[in-house]
Design a protein around this ligand. Structure first.
Ligand code: ZN
Ligand code: ZN
Length: 194
């Protein structure tokens, strides 16, 4: 697996580039801004963007979606409960509306979709191998805001405890902002879920 993190835009939203070693196809997770910079990195890695998967559809995570659609005709995947906000924010219609338990195949990679509402109604985490992109649901020793439309504090806590923490302790989490962590480290040290 080829894996690269880029913090983009004024909110430093983490955009993740995940490529298949066998086919050199890439998934772009949350292309939030700075299309040219992400595109340059993808090219340096020798990858071709095929799909975009969105952890949720807040503005700081979707700003460069349309550029990827226009240049590469990528397929856009978003949870069904966040799909309307994508259309509002980018005028891009999702190709696939996701639900909990879906799996997206790309080359030798499988992306597992875990529905984790609370930050937004259609927020998801994306697990591939032993890493998990947690969007703005779970951060390194913090959690996402729940005061936006569709947010719920009770739901985000439930999502983290029941949907994320059931996975192995050694899985590395890559959040929507700031630095990575592990499930074990969050179980022990995250003040919001202890
Ligand atoms: Zn957000
Ligand atoms: Zn964000």
């Amino acid at each position: 697996m080829i894996f690269e993190t880029m913090a983009v835009g004024v909110y430093y939203a983490n955009c993740y580039i995940i490529g298949s070693d066998s086919t050199k196809e890439a998934a772009i997770i949350d292309p939030g801004a700075e299309f040219e910079r992400i595109d340059k990195k993808v090219n340096e890695l020798g990858l071709t963007p095929k799909i975009v998967i969105l952890t949720h559809t807040h503005e700081d995570h979707i700003g460069a979606v349309k550029d990827f659609v226009d240049k590469y005709n990528v397929k856009v995947y978003v949870h069904k409960d966040d799909a309307a906000a994508l259309v509002d924010g980018t005028a891009v219609n999702p190709d696939v509306e996701l639900k909990d338990g879906d799996v997206i195949n790309l080359g030798d990679l499988n992306f597992e979709i875990i529905h984790t509402p609370g930050h937004t109604k259609g927020g998801i985490c994306i697990k591939v191998g032993n890493i998990m992109m947690t969007g703005d649901t779970l951060f390194n020793k913090s959690i996402g805001r729940t005061d936006f439309p569709g947010g719920s504090y009770d739901e985000i806590i439930k999502s983290i405890k029941e949907k994320i923490f059931k996975y192995d302790d050694d899985i590395i989490i890559y959040p929507g902002h700031n630095s990575p962590s592990t499930i074990k480290s969050e179980k022990i040290g995250n003040p919001f879920v202890n």
